[in-house]
Design a protein around this ligand. Structure first.
Ligand code: GTP
Length: 599
């Protein structure tokens, strides 16, 4: 299509405001998919995503729309992931667009992600078109929601479409709005190729399918292309458009268009989201701005319950990584758990999704260790160690100082919950920055908080304390000095590596106590007494005891044969010694699981 008739846009929204439903409806209205062929929410094409109602991978689709002006338009809808863990991918998807449809649930109004996503869209200079959804519901109050958008975000909204994505009401108004108000792309088709990768997907037959937005120049089969950040060079096998039911090859894609190419690429690592594709022979002068290498924020050890499944776990992780450049892993071993992998994730949701996929798609039973962030430990010899595993924590005697990652936290909630939220944040070492009233009811709070304090259960706790009304958004803000300690858990005097953890000094003690209690509850009694200890360096800070399962040897001797009693007692002691000297305590896997679910 001519550039003037192309519209590249995203749909942004707070979670559950109806983004996917609207996308479906746009597809259907554009006749892209016959209704009976359409499975619900086509853009989210992973089962897991559908079940959890979240969008994990950005995808794109081209629609053709005949507008009221009689012209045919090519509408490229680029889907964005809907969770804080995937903020970078969201930003790259937005960079591929000229406009964004902002879906606001008319029964809810503006929420945290509404704002966060709008700010992101504004950063990319997108034309933002609010639409007010769910007007079929009795609780809908589009007038109030519009006023909120005008007051809080400062976007003109009073004339914006009021729709029901679910019932298919007023969908044409959205399409006309897009055609009239999203600017067409610009960019010289004759210039050297310059295309933004906003997603990629591994296909076992074609290799990686690279999703891109062409900013300048053009691409065709046979062309040698280069990824500017990774340096990888490939010959394009096929290029084309992304249609709802598959890919449609074409001779050439040019500036302004959204499409894909394949080039027998074996690994998504060569096609990083945010990288610039250019012509290998006549490259563009400068890469597109905004590229960031992926950076895992949360790490944990993953092991199989059945140690013999280790090779299966490796295969599974390799397969998942083919399609997920933000998943990192390397082998590690634990005395307690055997062989496994240290895995890095963008956040807790990413971690859960990967764990679930391993269990579900690869049929593995997993044991995972407590998640940890990356600490920076500066040693007296002037070096710095980035510690993602308590196991690698340097000897305290060699440590000069340590730092932990902090995040800028943004919470939006109705003001009646502020009294619940503030103590929660304080309790997690949050440093209060400021609080603003967005309107008479809605409050926005800013905190600086240690990442370590929010990765476990902060989001759930926040929801629980605000009847689900609060929304959370955070981004890494840097490292700050911290009083860290490594806590070793010892069973029967021996350190169990899989249970050790790094924590802030103030948090170490309560956490250690709870872990000891949990272990006591979950370790079955054995023939001997098992001390359960938590220690920092050599100093024990918490202790419990799993009582011995005392075989009542004396019950058999009626009356007074004292020598016989003595003998029996001695024998029993011997037995205990033997068990002790055997060393390791047997901990059933269930006990481990129960203990690791501590937070
Ligand atoms: P994420 O993908 O999780 O970000 O959510 P989303 O914004 O894509 O929301 P989704 O389209 O999955 O819709 C969330 C819920 O709202 C679903 O149960 C939809 O059926 C429902 N929903 C969406 N649009 C409407 C609407 O116009 N009216 C009503 N009544 N329900 C709607």
């Amino acid at each position: 299509a001519k550039q003037e008739n192309i519209r590249n846009f995203s749909i942004i929204a707070h979670i559950d405001h109806g983004k996917s439903t609207l996308a479906d409806r746009l597809l259907e209205t554009c006749g892209a998919v016959a209704q009976r062929q359409m499975s619900d929410q086509l853009l989210d094409n992973m089962d897991l995503e559908r079940e959890r109602g979240i969008t994990i991978k950005a995808r794109a689709v081209r629609l053709t729309y005949r507008a009221q002006d009689g012209e045919d338009y090519e509408l490229n809808l680029i889907d964005t992931p809907g969770h804080v863990d995937f903020n970078y991918e969201v930003s790259r998807s937005l960079a591929a667009c000229e406009g964004a449809v902002l879906v606001v649930d008319s029964t809810q109004g503006v929420e945290a992600q509404t704002l966060a996503n709008t700010y992101l869209a504004m950063e990319h200079d997108l034309e933002i078109l609010p639409v007010f959804n769910k007007i079929d519901l009795p609780a809908a109050d589009p007038a109030r929601a519009k006023q909120e958008v005008e007051d809080i975000i400062g976007l003109p909204a009073l004339d914006a479409p009021e729709i029901s994505a679910k019932m298919g009401i007023n969908i044409d108004a959205v399409l006309e709005d897009i055609v009239k108000n999203v600017p067409p792309p610009t960019g010289d088709p004759e210039a050297p190729l310059k295309a933004l990768i906003f997603d990629s997907q591994y296909d076992s037959y074609r290799g990686v399918i690279v999703y891109m937005r062409l900013m300048e120049g053009s691409v065709r089969p046979g062309q040698q292309v280069k990824m500017m950040a990774s340096g990888a060079v490939y010959q394009v096998v096929e290029c084309g458009h992304l249609l709802p039911l598959g890919m449609e090859p074409c001779e050439r894609l040019s500036a302004g268009e959204v499409g894909y190419f394949t080039a027998s690429i074996k690994n998504v690592k060569d096609t990083r989201v945010g990288d610039t594709v250019t012509d290998a022979a006549s490259p563009t002068a400068e890469a597109l701005p905004g590229y960031r290498p992926v950076q895992p924020m949360v790490y944990c050890g993953i092991y199989t319950e059945d140690g013999s499944k280790y090779p299966d776990l490796r295969d599974a992780l390799e397969k998942l990584q083919l399609n997920d450049a933000s998943l990192s892993f390397e082998p590690e071993s634990s005395v307690a758990l055997g062989f496994g992998f240290r895995c890095g994730f963008l956040g807790m949701l990413h971690m859960e999704v990967i764990q679930e996929r391993l269990e579900r798609e690869f049929d593995l039973d997993l044991v995972t260790t407590l998640p940890s962030v990356i600490y920076h430990v500066y040693k007296t010899d002037g070096t710095m160690v980035a510690v993602d595993n308590p196991h690698n924590y340097p000897d305290p005697a060699t440590i000069e100082r340590a730092e932990e990652p902090y995040v800028k936290v943004n919470i939006i909630a109705p003001n009646e919950f502020v009294g619940n939220i503030m103590p929660m944040c304080q309790d997690r070492r949050g440093e209060f920055k400021d609080m603003q009233y967005l309107d008479t009811n809605l409050v926005e709070l800013h905190y600086q908080m240690p990442l370590n304090e929010i990765i476990y259960d902060f989001f759930d706790a926040l929801k629980a304390n605000t009847k689900g009304y609060a929304s959370l958004d955070y981004e890494l803000s840097g490292y700050r000095p911290s009083e860290l300690v490594k806590v070793d858990m010892k069973l029967n005097g021996e350190a169990v590596d899989a249970l050790s953890f790094i924590a802030h000094r103030d948090k170490a003690y309560p956490r250690a106590r709870r872990l000891c209690e949990k272990l006591k509850e979950n370790i079955p009694r054995q023939l001997f007494e098992i001390p359960v200890q938590a220690a920092i360096g050599g100093r024990v800070i918490a202790r419990e005891t799993v009582k011995a399962m005392r075989k009542d040897v004396l019950a058999k001797c009626y009356g007074g044969d004292i020598t016989r009693k003595k003998k029996l007692l001695e024998k029993q002691k011997e037995g205990k010694k033997k068990m002790r000297s055997l060393g390791t305590v047997q901990i059933p896997t269930e006990a481990f699981l129960a203990v690791l679910k501590l937070d």
